[in-house]
Design a protein around this ligand. Structure first.
Ligand SMILES: Cc1ncc(COP(=O)(O)O)c(C=O)c1O
Length: 359
């Protein structure tokens, strides 16, 4: 990486966050003023979804839980492992103005989960005469307009996608009501170990990135830790209590306006990026979760991903294991870790992609 002087030797662009203290100057630049009064915090977005479903079930008998057909594979699998009454409805992740028409599939005693794709989704719903309960997932749209101005019955988000917390999830009711607090929670304390292990992984990553020499054993260790802990979360279906000390830490990280930082980066990108015949940049009138690239085939996605990795950019595929008919979306991370020079570098790499690079 010697030819990229603005990147520390062991720093690539992307993947999970290295540890950064809550009082780091980078996190102080833009402060968030969004904190729903009646919010509840959790270890994960999945915990938040399950809690909300259980809270709804306290008030109403539920027939079907509808998930978007194109969605995070971890959430779909986890919800299906928890509930046997899950069905999928078709979506269009490319059309931020898409209206989800409840009349097409939902009934009064159903829950419909709506995903805010890339943070630019307007989350429009035609309820018709249906009294289905709407849960919006703003994991990729934390602090977006749709998130802050939501009119859904409930909202949730996984926070560790936007904030550098080891774990974090949130649920709130935009209508000002409280979320039912009678939901039974187990006394399973296994998330204490998961939190500590992920924190250790984040700290190892931070020290790997700062070191003048690339310690590949350290890198292997933190990658193993993260994968192992993800698996533990996947296998744990319990609703677990959030420990007070972790709640306080999540609260501290929530004081940063992560989207505002990305907005500045996206503005820079749009002045530099050239249209390409090889991939599409997903339109982002609102500041989005990241720089989202779309390609229609798996082969092109693999080629694009490899090309970017060769240039030290590690995009995430949102999401694997979905129906290939939806195409493939790669997210390039543009968060607080980066600056305008990094954005210029990303654009120069993307602008340099020629016909033969992805075929
Ligand atoms: C859109 C979306 N919602 C929710 C989640 C679940 O978040 P968590 O891993 O915090 O449970 C994820 C990713 O895992 C996601 O991509």
């Amino acid at each position: 990486m010697d030819n990229i002087p603005f990147l520390n030797k062991n720093k690539g662009i992307g993947s999970f966050f290295p540890y950064i203290a809550t009082d780091a100057p980078k996190l102080k630049v833009h402060q968030s003023n969004f904190s729903p009064q009646n919010k509840l915090l959790f270890y994960t977005g999945r915990q938040a979804i399950k809690y909300v479903i259980e809270a709804i079930k306290k008030e109403k008998k539920i027939t079907t839980i509808w998930l978007p057909e194109y969605y995070c594979q971890h959430v779909t699998a986890w919800i299906k492992n928890n509930y046997s009454n899950v069905k999928m409805y078709a979506v269009n992740p490319k059309n931020e103005q898409e209206t989800i028409n409840l009349l097409d599939f939902a009934s009064d005693d159903d829950i419909v989960l709506i995903n805010n794709f890339w943070g630019i989704d307007t989350c429009k719903i035609n309820r018709g005469n249906k009294n289905s309960i709407i849960i919006e997932d703003h994991s990729h749209g934390w602090l977006s307009k749709s998130c802050k101005e939501s009119r859904a019955d409930y909202c949730i988000a996984s926070l560790r996608k936007s904030a550098p917390v080891p774990l974090g999830g949130i649920a709130w009711r935009p209508n000002g009501k409280e979320i039912d607090s009678r939901v039974p929670i187990t006394n399973d304390t296994s998330f204490l170990d998961i939190w500590n292990a992920i924190l250790k992984g984040m700290k190892l990553k931070a020290s790997y990135e700062e070191s003048p020499v690339a310690d590949e054993t350290k890198k292997r260790t933190f990658l193993e830790i993260i994968n192992r802990e993800e698996q533990k979360m996947h296998n744990n279906l319990n609703l677990v209590p959030l420990m007070k000390q972790h709640e306080d830490i999540i609260e501290e990280y929530l004081r940063t306006d992560y989207l505002r930082i990305k907005q500045g980066h996206l503005e820079k990108i749009h002045t530099l990026i050239k249209p390409s015949k090889e991939f599409e940049v997903v339109k982002d009138i609102q500041p989005s979760f990241g720089l989202i690239l779309f390609v229609d085939t798996e082969r092109k996605m693999q080629k694009l991903r490899s090309y970017l990795i060769t240039h030290h950019i590690y995009p995430s595929l949102l999401w694997p294991e979905n129906n290939v008919g939806y195409g493939f979306y790669l997210n390039i991370h543009i968060d607080f870790r980066y600056n305008e020079i990094t954005m210029a570098y990303i654009c120069s790499i993307l602008n340099g992609i020629g016909k033969n690079d992805l075929n």
